[in-house]
Ligand binder design. Structure first.
Ligand code: ASP
Length: 308
């Protein structure tokens, strides 16, 4: 069995002054997850650790630094799913939780539920998850933009991670603050299984982008389905490479709906792919084939070696 991990920092436009922060944030996250996988740890732990790192980084639209809705409030959504038993957990519209991905993970372990708002916060408290004041999630930058009614030049975006552990478990996780200026009560795709995330025995996918476009094409499940391929061989169906499957999934979205999206995809052999139709998407990944993690902001044409 091989191990692998890939993270994204959202489908968006990354301004030049934010490129380094996006790159470093994704690298730190992938390293946190990789250390766990390397020790023989569970892919759920790796995905949770990677996403917690991104949630704690105000560069990204997840937890601290999340975008504000029309009323100047932060509402967070997150989900996690594993191939083992197709177990999943989701939370949406939470305000008092520091790391929504950890709450989604706890739900996955208890019972596959989608908990929202007050009920999700109550569950988080009962499970001794880290609670916080809603205002502590609001960064100065987001507050100022909201007060000045500015739409940021570089839209902040959702984070996600997919990982394969030594036991063959594939896990997907995604976490977001939603869209800038979203109407109160709006919930996007991020925590919805099949849309913002999906994992089964074939692969795992985490998506990002306009939830209103991701949902109708069930983007994460579409990408994993496309891994199955369509070419028959003597041994049966030939699996499609995740790079190709990810591209085809985004093609499906482009053909059917307007809007921007991106996805990261990992198959059961530890092969990876990612695509987006937004201008940029920061991605970092690590596998046994590499000596050190690689990072790619998609502005650049080449993967940048992590430690060089
Ligand atoms: N998909 C998220 C949402 O619609 C936003 C994003 O990925 O940027 O809530």
């Amino acid at each position: 069995m091989t191990i692998a991990i890939i993270v994204h920092g959202g489908a968006k436009t990354i301004s030049d002054d934010k490129t380094q922060a996006n790159t470093e944030g994704c690298l730190t996250a992938v390293q946190a997850g990789w250390e766990i996988l390397q020790r023989g740890g569970d892919a759920k732990d790796a995905v949770e650790a990677a996403i917690r790192t991104l949630e704690a980084d105000a560069t990204f639209n997840a937890s601290i630094g999340a975008t504000l809705d029309r009323e100047g409030q932060v509402y967070l959504d997150a989900g996690m799913m594993e191939s083992k038993g197709l177990r999943w957990g989701g939370v949406a519209a939470v305000q008092r939780v520091a790391h929504p991905i950890s709450v989604a993970r706890k739900i996955l372990e208890k019972k596959s539920y989608f908990l929202v708002a007050h009920g999700a916060e109550q569950f988080a408290e009962e499970q001794s998850c880290e609670m916080c004041e809603p205002d502590s999630l609001i960064s100065e930058e987001q507050r100022q933009m909201w007060e000045q009614e500015q739409m940021p030049e570089d839209r902040s975006s959702t984070v996600g991670c997919v990982a394969l552990d030594i036991h063959g478990n594939l896990v997907a996780g995604t976490s977001t603050g939603g869209l800038e200026n979203q109407p109160p009560g709006r919930v996007g795709d991020t925590a919805i299984v099949g849309c913002g995330l999906y994992a089964d025995s074939r692969g795992a996918c985490s998506t990002t982008g306009d939830g209103e476009s991701v949902i109708p094409v069930v983007l994460a499940k579409t990408a994993v389905d496309l891994l199955s391929g369509d070419t028959a061989s003597q041994d049966g169906i030939v699996a499609r490479h995740p790079e190709q499957a990810a591209q085809q999934a985004i093609e499906v979205l482009k053909q059917k709906v307007p809007g921007e999206a991106g996805c990261i995809l990992l198959d059961r052999d530890g092969r990876m792919g990612w695509t987006h139709n937004s201008q940029d998407m920061a991605v970092a990944y690590m596998s046994e084939a590499l000596h050190q993690p690689a990072v790619f902001t998609c502005k650049q044409q080449e993967a940048v070696n992590a430690l060089s």
